[in-house]
Write a protein that binds this ligand. Structure first.
Ligand code: SAM
Length: 236
């Protein structure tokens, strides 16, 4: 991967950044995504935000070496702290867990006023993001699930608005699997949930062999319910 050719995962994220956007890429690491989009003239201005010194320095070096310092501002800081009010209209957060992404959005809520689109790529726990979006009046407008190098990734795109109508048929399933993804049910989707189910069945067997306790029976019930949800979604 380099700034001319992104991974399939980051290319999917880039695809949803609106043309001529001013965007902030939070947790940018090498700033590949801002460099790629700015070089293609797809966006006019980008912020690469990083909280850790090493990746922050990598982003500074990358942006400098590409001669892009006038269009990409590399900033060190936690989550959305690096953005000034009304500075961007799109935010991308990719390559982290869904819980961390939801925490970053929650802590930076005051920076979201001018933002029209969020493009979020959780490595795990996309449901935490769907729950945050629903609670905070961001409507999912698209979702993708893809496989790259044996790993499966989800990309969630949201815009301001009420998304309760997306979660009307079976809210628990829709939050877990994704309302768009469970309709499309592509190859990566089937692979991901078949693997999850196998993993839950393995844990269930271990719990069944362990001494009985309230905690154990609660966990078993939870796993049975999740396995049932996978069976149901696969049948539909
Ligand atoms: N976004 C890039 C991608 O998708 O390839 C890099 C992903 S990398 C696995 C996650 C990056 O997020 C790390 O460089 C980490 O330092 C940064 N990060 C984690 N928590 C952060 C936070 N609260 N604020 C800013 N950056 C954060």
């Amino acid at each position: 991967m380099n700034t001319d050719k992104l991974s399939k995962r980051l290319e999917t994220v880039a695809k949803y950044i609106p043309k001529n956007a001013r965007f902030a890429d939070i947790g940018s690491d090498h700033a590949y995504l801002p460099c790629y989009t700015v070089k293609r003239n797809d966006v006019c201005f980008a912020i690469a935000g990083e909280v850790v010194e090493g990746p922050f320095q990598s982003a500074v070096k990358q942006v400098k070496s590409e001669g892009l310092t006038s269009k990409i501002s590399v900033r060190k800081g936690n989550g959305l702290d690096v953005i000034e009010a009304n500075e961007v209209d799109c935010i991308t957060i990719a390559g982290m867990g869904g819980t961390l992404i939801a925490t970053i959005l929650e802590s930076g809520k005051n920076k979201l006023e001018s933002v029209q689109r969020l493009v979020l790529q959780p490595n795990v726990s996309a449901s935490s993001i769907r729950e945050w979006l629903l609670k905070n009046e961001w409507a999912l407008v698209a979702e993708e699930i893809l496989e790259e190098d044996g790993k499966i990734y989800e990309v969630l795109v949201a815009e301001k608005g009420d998304s309760h109508s997306l979660y009307e048929t079976n809210k628990t399933s829709e939050l877990l699997f994704g309302p768009f993804l469970m309709k499309e049910k592509n190859e990566a989707f089937v692979k991901k949930w078949t693997m999850e189910k196998k993993n839950w069945q393995r844990i269930l067997m271990q719990l069944e062999a362990a001494p009985n306790s309230e905690e154990n029976s609660r966990k078993r019930k939870e796993l049975h319910e999740k396995i049932k949800l996978v069976d149901e979604v696969m049948k539909q």
